[in-house]
Design a protein around this ligand. Structure first.
Ligand SMILES: C[S@@+](CC[C@H](N)C(=O)[O-])C[C@H]1O[C@@H](n2cnc3c(N)ncnc32)[C@H](O)[C@@H]1O
Length: 337
């Protein structure tokens, strides 16, 4: 049995692709950051593998109460921080550390967040249409009740890669004229009525629209770009960057970031020659993204779409890069609402 399948005991969330992360640095030592603490699966494994100190960041305040029982076993080596990983460099510097040895990010929602109907992440459970990981700011209901039809359609298309986005947005706007959206099932009903009934084996019709709203509510792609930049700012020479993503929009950003920062700027299109950066700040580890093997997928279906990308920090100063060049869609909900 792999480490990921058995680690940590009795966790409500099974960590994905943990074994290849631990295998990429042996022995593990020094100061690490887990930017997506969740149930603490990565944090505990990295501490148990030898890290001296680990800063564990999460934007969801609920995760820390859940960790209370076992966090004390680490005798002060585990430092819990409520915040976003987009500022991980600032959080760590404020805590008195200038350089770190590794950053892990396991992007997305946890099983605990999905399982709690009252968080509003799941189209399988009826609850308030919320989806805020940090439990503050604009909710998914605020977006579907206030955003104009065209912007809503663009959002569902860009962040959900939903081809029927225009039809869904039109029906949302029609429906909210009679009754404001408050619950997940209200929205699911409108989406189901907008799409053909799924054939056996096809994904639930609400999958893509719910993904789009979750990304928008939590500014997930903006967070990812800033988190990568922050990791570059604070990793020491030889330090590891490990990022696990669950859909193509996120993976594209991580892939292009590592490509651009390791000396090869992504091409604008396939007819342009590859551009070479004058400074390389990372060295890519492995040619391709790492996916879960059959055993891991069998014991944890969430691992099916996971991709892990790894890179090692080189001894250079940080440079600038454009978020749009590495795949951030040119769409800003904040300016358009
Ligand atoms: C997939 S879970 C991580 C699970 C964790 N690796 C484990 O083994 O238990 C993702 C977690 O990251 C948090 N998160 C997502 N985006 C974040 C962000 N931008 N900043 C901080 N935490 C974030 C979520 O609240 C959630 O708890």
């Amino acid at each position: 049995m792999s480490i990921a399948q058995s680690y940590p005991p009795s966790s409500p969330h099974i960590p994905v692709l943990l074994t290849p992360i631990l295998d990429s640095v042996k022995p593990i030592s020094g100061i690490w950051v887990d930017g997506t603490f969740g149930a603490g699966g990565y944090s505990r494994a990295i501490l148990d593998a030898g890290a001296d100190t680990l800063y564990a960041i999460d934007r969801d305040p609920e995760v820390f109460a859940r960790a209370k029982k076992w966090a004390k076993d680490y005798d002060g080596r585990l430092k819990l921080i409520h915040g976003t990983f987009s500022d991980l460099d600032t959080h760590v510097k404020n805590a008195g550390t200038d350089l770190i040895d590794g950053v892990v990010l396991d992007i997305g929602v946890s099983s605990m967040q999905l399982d709690q109907a009252e968080r509003g992440f799941s189209f399988m459970k009826d609850g308030p249409l919320d989806m805020r990981m940090g439990q503050s700011g604009m909710s998914a209901a605020d977006i579907v009740n206030s955003v104009e039809e065209k912007v809503l359609a663009d959002l569902i298309y860009l962040y959900g890669e939903e081809r029927a986005s225009r039809r869904i947005a039109r029906n949302i706007v029609k429906s909210r004229e009679n009754l404001k959206f408050e619950t997940t099932f209200q929205l699911v009903k409108v989406i189901e009525a907008s799409l053909p009934r799924p054939k056996p084996g096809q994904t639930h019709p609400a999958t893509r629209t719910f993904q789009a709203l979750r990304i928008a509510v939590n500014d997930e792609l903006g967070q990812l770009v800033s988190g990568l930049r922050a990791a570059e700012n604070i990793l020491r020479e030889g330090g590891l960057l490990a990022v696990v993503t669950f859909h193509s929009l996120e993976d594209r950003i991580v892939k292009r970031f590592i490509q651009a920062r390791s000396g090869n700027n992504p091409r604008g299109n396939r007819y342009q020659p590859e551009k070479t950066n004058d400074i390389a700040t990372f060295e890519k580890i492995g040619r391709k993204a790492i996916a879960a093997n059959k055993d891991e997928i069998n014991s944890n279906p969430r691992a099916r779409s996971a991709k892990l990308r790894l890179a090692r920090r080189l001894n250079t100063t940080s440079g600038e890069f454009s978020a749009f060049d590495i795949g951030l869609p040119k769409f800003n909900l904040g300016q358009l609402v």
